[in-house]
Design a protein around this ligand. Structure first.
Ligand code: GDP
Length: 367
């Protein structure tokens, strides 16, 4: 049997097939004496963390090793896709290690939203999901908001020990690590001069001041996210880049909203009501009569109703209907990875349609 080649940087098994997967190295690099994976290469040469994906088994292996080590766990979620980016089960693996919960992309929330309200909401949600973080932070890794405060808390809670950063793909973990490297080091070239001790954790080791390390774990893919059902171009349309401008719709019973051709919302019963939609400003929302909705989708998917674009419409997974009776006032109905609708009144009946495989759920209103 051929001997498995491992990366001298992080210890991961080297592979040359999947460019976005863990341990990728270009085939030409295999002739070199020391082999380094693309992710470590970028970090070493450009001070940049690259996004790679990981299978569930790899991820569980990494979580286990974190549970057996001592250190602070920093868990990052995307507040625009809180449930979709949650990483269920993390608390079962982290052992006695302390956890800081970080909501990223705060810059996307409307300015009128009070950060403390969102933080309290996150605390409650974490508790319901079985996680007991020491503290909760709201940041923008991209803009830098809240990063200094978080860095200070990380330094305090880690108590001289290592830090493990975990999160699923697309939460902004790379952006965060790149920023935190600068925050902790003050200097930009700390990484380039440092060693890459081989580990068996498949973690990238970023040295902190006192011999401890900041470990970047690869991102885990959550298959229920809408992001996996659209192509790169459409992903740009559905991923908000700027502060979201909520759109309020006054709907009568038996009216429908289409979110491009990716999702559909039917208002079934409950009298005239207002619905606030939080989606990327670039996503077109089309209102129509429920009675026309089916035929409209058939005829106009990929044209009026897009994304998906015309070339993708044919193979796009069918939309599956999920019916809900809203039990509490101020409830969000969340289309995983796409956005959400805030419903003010209790007692009404709605149907949410999403591509087969994509999550849809109710939660207490975030805003
Ligand atoms: P990773 O997969 O978790 O490593 O995520 P990346 O760092 O690659 O970021 C995923 C996407 O989110 C990219 O399009 C980033 O530009 C975007 N992103 C990251 N941080 C922020 C943020 O603070 N605000 C906003 N609006 N976008 C962000």
């Amino acid at each position: 049997m051929e001997e498995q080649v491992v990366c001298v940087g992080c210890g991961v098994d080297i592979q040359t097939e999947d460019k976005t997967g863990l341990g990728y190295a270009p085939p030409s690099s295999l002739n070199k004496e020391t082999i380094i994976c693309q992710r470590c290469f970028k970090l070493k040469n450009y001070n940049e963390i690259q996004d790679v994906s990981l299978t569930d088994d790899d991820f569980i292996k990494i979580l286990h090793s974190i549970g057996q080590s001592e250190g602070l766990v920093v868990k990052i979620v995307d507040i625009f896709d809180f449930d979709g980016s949650w990483l269920p089960g993390l608390h079962r693996f982290v052992g006695n290690n302390k956890i800081l919960l970080v909501g990223n992309k705060v810059d996307l929330l409307p300015k009128s939203v009070k950060p403390n309200k969102v933080i309290n909401w996150m605390k409650l949600a974490a508790k319901e999901l079985g996680l007991k973080p020491e503290d909760v932070f709201l940041i923008s890794a991209d803009k830098g908001t809240g990063v200094k405060e978080l860095a200070a808390a990380m330094d305090e809670y880690r108590n001289g020990k290592d830090v493990y950063v975990v999160g699923c793909t697309n939460v902004g973990k790379s952006t965060f690590i790149n920023r935190i490297i600068r925050e902790f080091s003050g200097e930009k070239d700390v990484i380039t001069t440092s060693q890459f001790p081989g580990t068996t954790l498949d973690l990238i080791d970023i040295p902190l001041d006192n011999g401890a390390s900041l470990y970047d774990t690869p991102g885990i893919i959550n298959r229920h996210q809408m992001a996996h059902y659209v192509d790169k171009k459409d992903l740009k349309v559905i991923s908000p880049k700027k502060e979201i401008k909520p759109m309020v719709f006054q709907l009568n019973e038996e009216q429908t909203l289409f979110f491009g051709g990716l999702a559909r919302f039917d208002y079934i019963k409950g009298g005239r009501n207002s619905f606030t939609c939080y989606f990327s400003n670039a996503l077109y929302i089309h209102r129509t009569k429920l009675a026309n909705a089916d035929s409209m989708y058939k005829e106009h998917l990929g044209e009026l109703l897009q994304p998906p674009g015309e070339d993708h419409a044919e193979n796009f997974p069918e939309l599956i209907a999920h019916e809900f009776t809203i039990k509490e006032e101020k409830t969000d109905i969340v289309f995983s990875g796409l956005g959400w609708i805030t419903i003010k009144e209790a007692g009404i009946k709605v149907v949410a349609h999403v591509p087969k495989g994509v999550g849809v759920m109710l939660r207490k209103s975030l805003i």
